[in-house]
Design a protein around this ligand. Structure first.
Ligand SMILES: C[S@@+](CC[C@H](N)C(=O)[O-])C[C@H]1O[C@@H](n2cnc3c(N)ncnc32)[C@H](O)[C@@H]1O
Length: 231
């Protein structure tokens, strides 16, 4: 069920050790998270996961989940939807595939190894897209949003769930200071909602719903961005 990407030319030609790229950091971090991820996060994120699945399934049949991870959200999707999941990390995807098999999640059509910034789908493929707890980890989040918008049908929604950093003040300063450190454990502290709003404005996307608070106490938030019919 999991399809591996073809090795890139750049990788084949590598002659001297390069600095570890942000993508390699994420791959290494999530290879370490894969065996323990569900134990740490399944309860903590359950409310956000359920709300994300409900929101993205509204009026949508073919759904893409970007950064599907171990597939904790997959059981929440209704059985009459078609779910496609992509993730950078093969160890995380293998956990997701095991969940699909064990729980007989027939709504899950495909799990694919893919970078959020280079989606291998045609324009306007999906009715809706879920981006749960991943946008803040992508080195170029605007590029990932561009890709999501490209593969989304006009009128469809992108549902983004994550923790947003403080916009300004002392908390923002501390979060920015901590950002390079927490990146090494696959977390993000400083990504701001304003960045999504700026991206949306610059793409003529004005229909943004939220943020909606999720457990615990609004620490994690969900926003819904609707692609205009005209795009
Ligand atoms: C915090 S986990 C979230 C997993 C799942 N969405 C959840 O809510 O449980 C972040 C996931 O994003 C994936 N990821 C990180 N960078 C990515 C990228 N550039 N493209 C696709 N997936 C990425 C990681 O491999 C990891 O599985």
């Amino acid at each position: 069920m999991i399809e591996k990407p073809a090795p890139t030319l750049a990788r084949a030609r590598k002659t001297k050790p390069a600095a570890e790229s942000d993508l390699d950091i994420q791959k290494n971090v999530y290879a370490r998270w894969a065996p323990v991820y569900d134990k740490v996060y399944s309860k903590l994120l359950a409310d956000a996961h359920q709300r994300t699945a409900n929101a993205v399934s509204e009026d949508a049949e073919r759904i893409l989940e970007i950064g599907v991870g171990t597939g904790l959200i997959l059981p929440y999707y209704p059985q009459d939807r078609s779910i496609f999941g992509v993730d950078l990390s093969l160890p995380m995807l293998k956990k997701a595939a095991a969940r699909v098999a064990k729980r007989k999640l027939s709504q899950v059509r495909m799990l694919l190894a893919m970078d959020a910034c280079h989606l291998g789908f045609a324009d306007r493929t999906f009715d809706a897209i879920a981006v749960p707890f991943v946008l803040t980890l992508v080195p170029d989040p605007e590029r990932a949003l561009d890709e999501a918008l490209r593969v989304l049908k006009p009128g469809g929604q992108i549902v983004i769930t994550t923790r947003f950093g403080a916009e300004e003040g002392p908390q923002a300063k501390v979060e920015e200071m901590l950002a390079p450190i927490v990146k090494k454990i696959g977390w993000s502290t400083s990504f701001k909602l304003a960045r999504v709003r700026r991206w949306a404005e610059s793409h003529g996307v004005h229909d943004i719903d939220g943020p909606e608070n999720t457990f615990p106490g609004g620490y994690f938030k969900m926003i819904k961005v609707r692609k205009p019919i005209a795009l």
